[in-house]
Design a protein around this ligand. Structure first.
Ligand SMILES: N[C@@H](CCC(=O)N[C@@H](CS)C(=O)NCC(=O)O)C(=O)O
Length: 219
């Protein structure tokens, strides 16, 4: 397998989904840090015209959008498979990945994660309490729906881990560092137990914010 490079930033939940997928595949890869002030640099815009992370580079092939990257990795690194062969389970995986992008990240993770974690930690900003409060109804709804979709299964698509678990766990992990976790997580014990199981996996343990910061320093 030729070199796989992940362009990302420590702390990015989307970037962590890519790194954790590579770890589940036991693939070797290179981490290429995108510096906080350089998202709109010509060099990075050439990789990602919308100025975001992550971007995967493979033999000169550049790919952005986390769902596309995860599915590409599952095709070029087939073992262990992270997409169920059963069509209904695969559809559930796809559905949860879209719930992640459309309802969990947009307007919930992007607001609470930004105002509680990213802004204070990286930019010295104070949390915007009104914006956080306004995001809570959608947050409660999406946490309840993820808990319903998970039900009593070990993973979102059934008995085995899939790309959906690797996409959602980094996003939910962000909330555990916020006071809102108590209100959002407590009513959904199956989701909390699932996140603990996910966070115990080696793929998640070696891709925490601190561990990715070490990768960035070593790059
Ligand atoms: N739809 C994109 C979302 C990626 C995304 O929003 N990444 C965040 C970091 S987790 C980012 O680059 N934010 C920079 C910005 O908003 O300017 C994907 O799936 O990759």
């Amino acid at each position: 397998m030729s070199e796989l490079t992940v362009h990302s930033i420590p702390g990015s939940p989307f970037g962590r989904a890519v790194l954790a997928t590579l770890e589940e595949k036991r693939a070797s890869y290179r981490f290429s840090p995108v510096l906080p002030g350089s998202f709109r640099s010509p060099e990075h815009l050439a990789r990602h015209p919308f100025g975001r992370v992550p971007v995967l580079e493979h033999d000169g092939f550049m790919l952005y959008e986390t769902q596309a990257i995860l599915r590409y990795l599952d095709r070029v690194l087939p073992s262990p498979a992270l997409t169920p062969s059963d069509p209904k389970r695969a559809a559930r995986m796809d559905q949860v990945m879209n719930v992640n992008d459309w309802y969990l990240f947009q307007g919930v993770g992007s607001v609470i994660g930004f105002h509680r974690v990213i802004g204070p930690r990286l930019m010295g900003l104070k949390p915007d309490e009104a914006a956080i409060e306004a995001a809570m109804p959608k947050g409660r709804a999406v946490f309840a729906e993820l808990a319903r979709l998970l039900g009593g299964q070990p993973f979102f698509a059934g008995d085995s881990i899939s790309l959906a678990d690797l996409m959602v766990a980094p996003q939910l992990g962000f909330f555990t560092a916020t006071p809102e976790w108590a209100e959002l997580g407590a009513p959904q014990p199956n989701l909390v137990a699932w996140l603990s199981r996910m966070e115990a996996r080696p793929s998640m343990q070696v891709t925490t914010w601190d561990r990715v910061s070490e990768m960035a320093k070593a790059a």
